[in-house]
Design a protein around this ligand. Structure first.
Ligand SMILES: NC(=O)c1ccc[n+]([C@@H]2O[C@H](COP(=O)([O-])OP(=O)(O)OC[C@H]3O[C@@H](n4cnc5c(N)ncnc54)[C@H](OP(=O)(O)O)[C@@H]3O)[C@@H](O)[C@H]2O)c1
Ligand SMILES: [Zn+2]
Ligand SMILES: [Zn+2]
Length: 348
């Protein structure tokens, strides 16, 4: 086997370049994965622009990674060589901080973060913490599974942890990588599902994905439209604009929840009135744990949920990333390695 592999690294802010790296052995508690597919999440922008706190360059981005285990570090017994696995964003808790000691490992204060503290999946090979990987079911191809490991789990977990009941009105703001999966999860979990986008061009796609209703936030006041429908029990805010999030609180029913998933650069401004009068709330939600990822994958198989993707070869990562940033992806760009192609992954 070749002892080098191709990776796409951020060598300087804004520069994604293809490099050749030495294959290294996984350390204790780690596995080495031969990557087949990696989705491009909007969060990768924090690595590509070099703005993520604590980031040092060069760094390989990517945290929607699917591949096969090809080497086990010492002490790894749960996983087998050849097994197909996935890696998400929060890729290894320290186990000793206060949230970890309370069992809240996704909020670890010192986690391994794929593509930020450790090299991620824009590569033919990735070293991952064995405690952070998820098993990928046979029913999903690698390119289908990849976006579920961040965009999927993030919307799936936010919905299933929101204390909702069947038939509740749930809105998904933003029809992008996260949003198009959030719409599918909300519909399949049994909620009256409303998609909120900008313009009419995504309306049909949103309805095809399962939205019962579509609100064009460019043409009408989204909060008023939600109130006309009775008010949302929950809104998943997946957009990249803080200015667009705050006013949504007024679209919630009494005790409704605005769940912030997007991480905009601008501030979220809030009026206290709808929060206080009606007991509404706003909080954030961060991806999930490896076992949550297995749940998200299993639910996707169960309910036939699949990401809508565009695939490109790993070497074209810069083009794929640009398409995502420009909002042109429908709806997730997925990078495919030569091993992914060998396993049958499509390229378009
Ligand atoms: N919480 C978490 O754990 C987590 C996990 C993954 C990603 N994220 C964050 O979630 C956000 C979305 O990620 P993604 O991968 O889905 O991104 P994406 O595929 O690039 O989609 C961007 C979304 O932002 C919306 N948007 C852009 N500009 C907007 C504006 N001015 N007003 C309202 N909406 C606007 C777009 O809405 P339209 O449909 O209207 O065009 C689109 O739905 C990012 O901030 C990312 O960092 C968070
Ligand atoms: Zn992500
Ligand atoms: Zn911790």
């Amino acid at each position: 086997m070749k002892n080098t592999y191709k990776a796409v690294e951020v060598s300087a802010p804004g520069v994604l370049r293809v490099v050749e790296r030495q294959v290294s052995e996984p350390g204790a508690g780690q596995v080495r994965i031969r990557v087949e597919a990696c989705g491009i999440c909007h969060t990768d922008a924090a690595t590509v622009t070099g703005t993520h706190p604590g980031l040092t360059l060069p760094r390989v981005p990517g945290h929607e990674v699917v591949g096969r285990i090809e080497a086990l570090g010492s002490g790894v017994s749960r996983w087998k060589i050849g097994q197909r696995v996935g890696v998400g964003l929060i890729a290894g808790e320290d186990g000793v901080c206060e949230p970890c000691r309370r069992g809240d490992t996704v909020n670890c204060q010192n986690p391994v973060v794929s593509g930020v503290t450790a090299d991620g999946g824009y590569a033919e090979v990735m070293i991952a913490e064995a405690r952070a990987i998820a098993s990928v079911p046979d029913e999903l191809t690698s390119v289908e599974a990849a976006p579920l490991l961040c965009a999927g789990i993030t919307t799936y977990n936010a919905l299933r942890n929101a204390g909702l009941r069947g038939g509740d009105l749930v809105a998904v703001q933003g029809v992008g990588g996260l949003g198009h999966l959030g719409i599918q999860f909300a519909r399949r979990m049994g909620f009256r599902t409303v998609a909120i986008g900008r313009g009419r061009d995504k309306e049909k796609l949103a309805k095809d994905l399962g939205a019962h209703e579509y609100i064009d936030a460019a043409a009408e006041d989204a909060a008023a439209a939600l109130q006309q429908m009775g008010g949302a029990r929950a809104i998943l805010a997946t957009g990249t604009s803080g200015a667009a999030m705050g006013p949504l609180v007024s679209g919630l029913a009494a005790r409704g929840k605005l769940i912030v998933l997007g991480v905009p650069e601008d501030q979220v401004q809030l009026s206290a009135f709808p929060l206080v009068f009606g007991g509404r709330s706003i909080y954030g939600s961060l991806t999930g744990t490896p076992i949550d990822n297995e749940d998200a994958l299993a639910f996707s198989v169960l309910e036939n949920i699949r990401p809508m993707i565009e695939t490109l070869p790993l070497e074209q990562a810069a083009d794929a990333y640009a398409r995502m940033i420009q909002g042109k992806a429908r709806f997730r760009m997925v990078l495919v390695t030569k091993d992914g192609v060998a396993q049958g992954a499509p390229l378009n």
